[in-house]
Ligand binder design. Structure first.
Ligand SMILES: C[S@@+](CC[C@H](N)C(=O)[O-])C[C@H]1O[C@@H](n2cnc3c(N)ncnc32)[C@H](O)[C@@H]1O
Length: 193
């Protein structure tokens, strides 16, 4: 199955996947930094995991998804792409997921309101030289301009994303880079040397 078909199917079924700009940035970053062991939080149907695995046969992606239908579709897509040896898909909730491995990259693309919790929860799984990347930092422009939404839940979510950004910017443990102009906004975090 071609990656373009997976993308088209996901779009037709209104399954959220990474925007082109954000994905391209992520793939270039993985290549440039030569990252091999990757944990992804938020598989959806495996589109970004498959893209990452296709970069290099030495890359391994562990990825987790809580929605059964999406998880099964991801397994199917991974199998059709013949990437079972490079991608391990887990079914479950991130909040209960534990794994005894260290990663070069932890890519966070799940519940935006939980980013701070995810960051703390998986910090021990990050190699000392590793990176965490968080998607949707702009949340469609609403983080900068909350008046773009009148929905109460969305307003709360946007506030949480802004407060997460503020938190990591102030946190002495990390160096961070915020790329607001890429995809839906990407935040890169690594431990201070
Ligand atoms: C934006 S999508 C992931 C897109 C995927 N990374 C891609 O670009 O192909 C986010 C996914 O995270 C899943 N998710 C959200 N909260 C989760 C949680 N607490 N545990 C596991 N999966 C979760 C959602 O069901 C959804 O499929």
């Amino acid at each position: 199955m071609k990656i373009e078909e997976i993308k088209k199917d996901a779009e037709n079924e209104h399954i959220p996947i990474m925007l082109d700009g954000g994905l391209q940035f992520l793939l270039d970053f993985i290549k440039e930094k030569d990252l091999k062991d990757i944990l992804e939080l938020g598989t959806a149907v495996g589109y970004s995991a498959i893209n990452m695995a296709l970069l290099d046969k030495a890359i391994h992606v562990d990825t987790i998804e809580k929605d059964k239908e999406r998880y099964l579709k991801a397994k199917d897509n991974i199998q059709k792409a013949r990437l079972e040896s490079q991608i391990t898909a887990y079914y479950g909730v991130i909040e209960e997921f534990t794994i005894n491995k260290k990663y070069d990259l932890i890519f966070v693309d799940a519940a935006k309101a939980q980013y701070q919790r995810y960051m703390e929860r998986f910090l021990d799984n990050l190699k000392m030289t590793g990176y965490m990347i968080f998607d949707n930092m702009n949340f469609h422009g609403m983080v900068k301009d909350p008046s773009l939404t009148h929905n109460r839940n969305t307003k709360m979510l946007v506030k949480k994303i802004a407060s997460f950004q503020h938190f990591v910017q102030e946190d002495e443990r990390f160096d961070i880079i915020l790329k607001e102009d890429i995809g839906d906004g990407i935040l890169i975090l690594r431990r201070k040397k």
